[in-house]
Write a new protein. Structure first.
Length: 395
């Protein structure tokens, strides 16, 4: 499964290209009771409902592959009669018209989905007539395969916030009526998986909104698949291993971790000319790593950006200190008439900028990045005079 596969499916989930035929669902309260079930012919829905449901389905194809979207493989026993893969195959082939299978599916989700409040289970049935593409990406009219699949979205349902509103029937401002609102899905899946523009019945695409918690118990109990860590979870585990290993012997474990990530970044990042090509992941192996992670999954981009800014600020600070020191030394050793605007300053061919400034001003100079360029900031009081290249002016 690649990012291109996901985008190809996601782009179709619009009013023009949508081919979803059936929608089923079950609304569950906080006590795990089934409040209602629904079964709709998708294309017959009113436009407002159609677009809302379509948007919920698209959410299950959002996020990053390897982080929010994971491809999970079914073990061999789950593809045998009575296995979870066989159950999903039956559900798909029934076209969501077998009530017994639907009830069993809802019960399976309710038993293992850990959520304190109300939620809505949605099941979409779709069939994508895969358009054949040439090697250069051009579309051809004929197709060789129909990708027949289920999309499931599990959406938390929360009570709207209290507030004031206009009560039209009473023509007054009063307390707004609170109602239950279906939110974006936090968990979902597509079965079978869509891989290399083809159906893969031996795996599914698992969606998780919060990449910090992949819900491993849910994965194992509902799908019968071995759990797989998200990239965020791999970062957390790796950081924990490094800190635990270094804590007894070093005080700078955070700094060492950043250095390791910078080195990983150098190894895993493609050259500029290859930036748009998907690269095979560099895999870390070792006795301490039970699930070998892709190297790029261990890189915390935000931490690296923050560390790069910190290094740049430190570099600028040292430059300013050095400049202040040199100015102070030159000023203290200069002749008495150095501050005379009519006196020419000695020319240094190795310098791009030459400043003549009073010693008390030298310590006030700052360096800042403005519009991507390093600039010197010299504070000037009102009515102080400035001599710029022999021309004197007041501030």
């Amino acid at each position: 499964m690649t990012k291109k596969d996901i985008l190809e499916l996601k782009k179709r989930l619009n009013k023009t290209d949508c081919s979803i035929t059936k929608l089923c669902g079950c609304y569950v309260d906080s006590s795990k009771n089934k409040v209602l079930t629904l079964s709709e012919t998708f294309l017959n829905l009113d436009d407002e409902e159609f677009y809302k449901y379509l948007d919920l389905s698209r959410k299950c194809l959002s996020g990053n592959v390897g982080n929010n979207l994971l491809q999970l493989e079914f073990p061999t026993q789950e593809e045998e009669p009575g296995g979870r893969q066989q159950f999903l195959m039956g559900l798909k082939e029934s076209g969501l018209k077998n009530e017994e299978l639907l009830e069993r599916f809802y019960d399976l989700i309710i038993e293992h989905y850990d959520h304190a409040g109300n939620y809505l289970i949605l099941l979409f049935k779709d069939a994508y007539d895969i358009i054949t593409r040439t090697n250069d990406g051009m579309k051809l009219d004929e197709s060789e395969e129909v990708f027949d699949y289920l999309l499931c979205a599990i959406c938390p349902v929360t009570l709207s916030k209290p507030g004031l509103g206009y009560r039209e029937e009473e023509n007054r401002i009063g307390a707004r009526i609170r109602d239950w609102v279906v939110g974006a899905p936090d968990t979902g899946f597509i079965f079978p998986a869509f891989s290399d523009r083809s159906s893969d019945i031996h795996s599914l695409i698992y969606y998780i909104k919060d990449a910090k918690d992949s819900r491993p118990e849910f994965v194992e109990n509902v799908f019968g698949c071995g759990s797989k860590r998200t990239a965020t979870e791999q970062q957390q585990v790796f950081s924990s291993i490094v800190k635990q290993a270094l804590a007894p012997v070093r005080d700078d474990s955070e700094e060492v971790l950043l250095q390791l990530q910078e080195k990983f970044h150098e190894i895993s990042c493609p050259d500029e000319e290859e930036i748009y090509e998907e690269q095979p992941p560099v895999i870390l192996t070792g006795e301490l790593v039970a699930e070998p992670p892709a190297l790029q999954n261990l890189i915390d981009e935000k931490a690296l950006e923050k560390n790069a800014r910190k290094k740049e600020e430190e570099h600028l600070r040292l430059q300013v200190q050095q400049l202040q020191k040199e100015l102070a030394e030159k000023t203290s050793s200069a002749p008495e008439n150095l501050n005379d605007p009519d006196e020419e300053a000695p020319f240094d061919e190795h310098c791009d900028v030459i400043l003549r400034i009073k010693p008390e001003k030298a310590s006030l100079i700052k360096s800042e990045m403005i519009d991507g360029r390093k600039c010197l900031i010299i504070p000037v009081d009102e009515y102080e005079q400035i001599n710029l290249n022999g021309v004197t002016r007041e501030v």
